[in-house]
Design a protein around this ligand. Structure first.
Ligand SMILES: [Mg+2]
Length: 288
């Protein structure tokens, strides 16, 4: 392994502020937004559906710009980082890895992240590249900036269908982090277990795992590390269909973060709202 590439939302940056600011903009309690995001996550839907449920017809991209024009635009600072980010990234660099941050975020988020002077060799966002995950072109761009071969490039993210599966199908190594709503909910899905080269709960596990493997060597599969959790996963007891093969892109969520760019308005439509509680039926997730 030579280059470690990190997703942004709920891998490096916690999304509390992000969703709270939308709740504030829409005039609803943050818990309402969070609960609706959770519903979308468990159904494998785009979590921006939460906003579409609250404001049918609203274009999140247009709303993003309206917020910015009103002086209530996007913000990121040190308090938005998970506390293990700096030690993990610095630790990886000290081991000689190239560290890249590349995720689905706005150009503004890229500016804010770069201003934080993270221990990274490059920080770039999807809006700056003009392509969003899980598009294969995104991972082509990742490899262009990696400076290493696909098999020597590791993509780390929380979202199975946006991070893990497309990274692997593009030839990269992939690590799944059990963090954030998607990360926790989908962590023990059979496809995630099968696909991930590593599954971790904190970023600070990575320097030890990768440093132990040594650069350029094939890492030992660490999938066993969460074996005890797999035995009592609430997810496996209940809603998720047993899926045994990869590109679960047809069944898992398509995108992890809010559509903050204006070009992101081509979103999946809302679930069948008229069904009331039926909307949350686990079987609905097969459409995503
Ligand atoms: Mg993410």
């Amino acid at each position: 392994m030579e280059t470690i590439v990190f997703d942004i939302g709920e891998t490096l940056v916690r999304d509390d502020r992000h969703w709270a600011s939308w709740a504030d903009w829409l005039g609803v309690p943050p818990h309402t937004v969070s609960a609706l995001v959770g519903a979308a996550v468990t159904q494998g839907r785009d979590c921006a559906d939460a906003l579409r449920i609250l404001r049918p017809g609203m274009d999140p991209g247009e709303a993003y710009h309206a917020r910015a024009a009103a002086g209530r635009g996007e913000h990121l600072d040190e308090t938005d980082l998970y506390p293990d980010v700096r030690p993990a990234l610095a630790g990886l660099r000290s081991l000689g890895f190239r560290v890249v941050v590349a995720g689905d975020r706005t150009a503004r988020a890229g500016e804010l992240l770069r201003a934080m002077d993270l221990p990274a060799d490059l920080v770039v966002t999807s809006e700056e590249w003009g392509v969003t995950k899980p598009d294969r072109d995104f991972f082509t761009r990742v490899l262009e900036v990696s400076g290493a071969s696909p098999e020597a490039t590791l993509y780390v993210g929380d979202h199975p269908a946006d991070d893990l599966f497309p990274a692997k199908s593009s030839g990269l190594r992939a690590a799944h982090i059990r963090r954030g709503p998607y990360g926790h909910w989908w962590a023990d899905h059979p496809d995630v277990i099968e696909t991930a080269d590593w599954r971790v709960s904190t970023l600070t596990e990575l320097p030890a795992l990768l440093g132990g493997a040594g650069r350029g060597k094939t890492p030992a599969a660490p999938r066993e590390q969460h074996a005890s959790r797999e035995q009592h996963s609430p997810r496996e007891q209940s809603t998720l269909p047993a899926q045994s093969t990869l590109p679960a892109q047809s069944t898992l969520p398509e995108r992890p973060t809010l559509p903050e760019g204006s070009e992101r308005s081509e979103r999946p439509t809302l679930p069948e709202r008229s069904e009331g509680s039926e909307r949350s039926a686990p079987s609905d997730r097969s459409r995503a």
